[in-house]
Ligand binder design. Sequence first.
Ligand code: GLY
Length: 380
Amino acid sequence: MSEPFTCPCDVPLYRLISLEIEEKLRRSAAAYTDRFPHVSTIPQEGLNYTPEENNLWTNAFFPGMMLLAYDRTGDENFLKYTGCYLDSFENRLKKRIHISHDLGFLYTLTGVALYKLTGNVRAKAMALRAAGMLAERYNEKGRYIQAWGEFGVGNPYVKIIVDTMLNLPLLFWAGETTGEKRYTEIAVAHAHTCADYLVRDDYTSFHTYLMDPATGKAVEGRTHQGFHDDSTWARGQAWVVTGFALAYRYTKEPRFLEVSKKAAEVFIQNLPADNVPYWDFSFNDRVPDLRDSSAGSIFACGMLELADQCEVEETERFRAVACAVVRGLYDHYFLHNPDRSGILTDGIYHRVHGPTCTVWGDYFFYEALIRLQKDWKHFW
Ligand code: GLY
């Protein structure tokens, strides 16, 4: 941990990094119109993405980066493939291809973001349809959104997971846009259930929790991508910080702000000297393992979201933490080579696969840079 965080907010540097990212986007845009980047599969040789079918939770991050680029630059070339994205993502809904709680990630960064930036009514209709399908995954008795698998079908249990916090903004947006209270009620209820079970008393987090779909009862915490059931998976903790800050933005519910801030303190306490987190908080500079640059990117956005919600004194500290993390990511894990489509190295999807570039780590790094440069048109 390098508190106090004194890293300056270096806007000219953020602009230069953004220009490098935009050059990569320009070079790769034509390759990703209905198949999209996910993780780089051969880290030592490649550091390049390959186009993957639109059936993953990550498919919207590349279109999301193109929209960030349009928002930052005003260059309409970044909108050139939006019709292709809409075709691909509408088709996914129509055919119900891999439908899970991740509808939020997928349709916020394609439908909601495009609608907010350009007023595209097709994007709005698509996002509302996705929100309706996400709401269908709500278990009334347990007051939770089921993460994976066929709704209500357990083995014998189903799971809630911390990642879902980033899927709630689609419901909050749908509630505001349609005036239908049910969307907001579901999102609020799920966030409380997440705070009750997935967030521990010390504000660390379980990755997942088993729930009984018949009774709605919570059973026990488990990990899926972390080191072990009782550890704190860094990316999960970043989803908690960012997701509760976003839930607070929409609701002004004090509990959500408190969870986000206290989970952020846990994250800060676990930052190593270079401010880029290890993939699980079981590891540190004395007991090192691999980093997860993507957890750092998400956390930086969470700190900037929190900074937007807090009093001046806290705002300055939260922005300084975000700047320090962004600087750590840039100094140690940024891929300058324009021929490589990956942007940040050393992300972790599943630990067993080793370090890779991850499209979500790239997305949140770029979002953080843009939040630091301008009054951002919020996508979430
Ligand atoms: N939402 C899945 C992950 O963070 O790996």
